[in-house]
Write a protein that binds this ligand. Sequence first.
Ligand code: GLN
Length: 603
Amino acid sequence: MHNPEFNENTNSEQTQNDSFNSIEPEEKQDSFEDQQTQETLRKSATKTDDDEFYHNEVPGYIKGRTKFVFVMGTVISGLGKGVFSSSLAKLLQNKGFTVEPMKIEGYLNIDSGTLNPFRHGEVFVLDDGLETDMDLGTYERLLSKNLTRENYLTSGQIFMAVLTKERQGGYLGKDIQVIPHVTGEIKTRFRQLAVQKHADIVFVEVGGTVGDLENSHYLEAIREFAYEEGRENCCFVALTYVIKPNALGEQKSKAAQHGIKKLMSRGIQPDVIAIRADDPVGLKVRQKISINSNVPVERVVSMHDVDSIYKIPKLLHNAGIDKYVCEMLGFSCPITFARDEKWERFLSQIESQEGELVIGITGKYTQIRDAYASLIHALQHATTACGRKLRIKWIETTEIELGQRSVESELVDVAGIVVPGGFGTRGVEGKIACVKYAREKGMPYLGLCYGFQMAVVEYARNVCGLTGAHSTEVTISTPHKVIDILPEQKKIEGLGGNMRLGGRDVEVSVGSFAYSLYGNRDTVRERFRHRYEVDPKYISTLEEHGLVFSGKAPGQPIMQILELPQSVHPFFIGVQYHPEFISRPTEVHPLFLGFVKACLRKI
Ligand code: GLN
């Protein structure tokens, strides 16, 4: 859907060329391994040495065809910018636009693969295998679609592209500068996303806050971008924060005012301001922010706390933000909240939840909920569908391991237990003790990735009699290395982006419990992120002792689902993948639904 008023002129700067500075793309291409680099380099052949512009041609890009919304945060990070931005994108999606988000991060990591979830929240894995910030998960859940690596950008990617291009002679004769080369690369990524995804509207969310030094090149690129694209094609939304100190008992807007000023000092005039706050933001505070920012007070809106993030699209709509954004972008849109029946049913289910369901989650980062964001959402989707409110009991397995708490006392009040993904050795024996308890007591058990591997270790030790069985991730001095590094991983050196990653098919055994949970599908696509697997030489022993491997990688001996028959246990399932990454409010993942139903049957 495109606005008929869009200007379809291409940018004349793109057409200039120069013999010294241009390279022969055909000649150079063969020697580059990285396809992306080849692409970028080829496009750099369109500038002159005697002008100061730097413009990569993006084939197929038509100025004005795609509109851009930039969401930037002020005052503090962690304001829920991702939730805000994806909720806004959802509203525009509901109006029939093809929306594409892009999360841009200031840090120099190439992706999120090596980030500690304790510091940064979970590492979310896209279907194409990119390890990203957890916000990409929020976008996928709210927009109900799969994203790709083009939707995620870090400064590391940008600098890598610039430096690779420099080594390949892509800037011959020039000193490489933040302006125009780094900013040029960033603007190119915005345009490439627009073209690749045929987007009507691209939502660019800048991580952190506008005052962060590592965001300066992004803000500069965004300013330049609006200058090049035309102000009518860009909308700037600032998210800010109003505090209410206990000692004063009233909302104070000074920090918000200064934050917006900082944005304006970068040459970016916000069009809409959304204010995060504990309570609804009063008119006086909105007026103060309005007068300090040149934004009409009706476009300075409250985005106060609500009990479920899924209520935010409606909150934004009621505040008129989608209408203002459409106006700024020159769309003449219907201003009513488009009917999205599945979504509305989900919202009404949230309202009608009665009673709690307590699920135990074992984990290493139990203080930091963001480390398990997708898991919590997937469980919530399932409990909401079953009419219950989710209550999580976090189980610190190091305390069980050290004998400070008993498994019984920890698990006595939970309806079921999830052992989620994890790495390393901390609390492992405590996790294995939880698996044993769940298996023996008939407590619903869902093991995700590491939780799958720990279920294998527990079964090997306590049912198959393989004393000391373990994963070589934890110890190599065991006679029974039932979980071992994947052969494809043995030759890999270094860390980052090199696990078995992304969406892959799983063959599900016809007639198994998993098969029935998946609605009798014999092939499903799930997302992976692992280095270790069940050592194939133990499969027959485990199976002879009653463990069923009901999901496998097509054509490879990689075990991907384990289960106990329902005659033995009401719900004992482990999966080598991460189903939590693909559960959505309106398409609850069947394994989570089955798990929650089994928990409800138990109480
Ligand atoms: N550490 C395990 C592996 O690498 C499990 C990974 C995970 O839980 N994501 O195989």
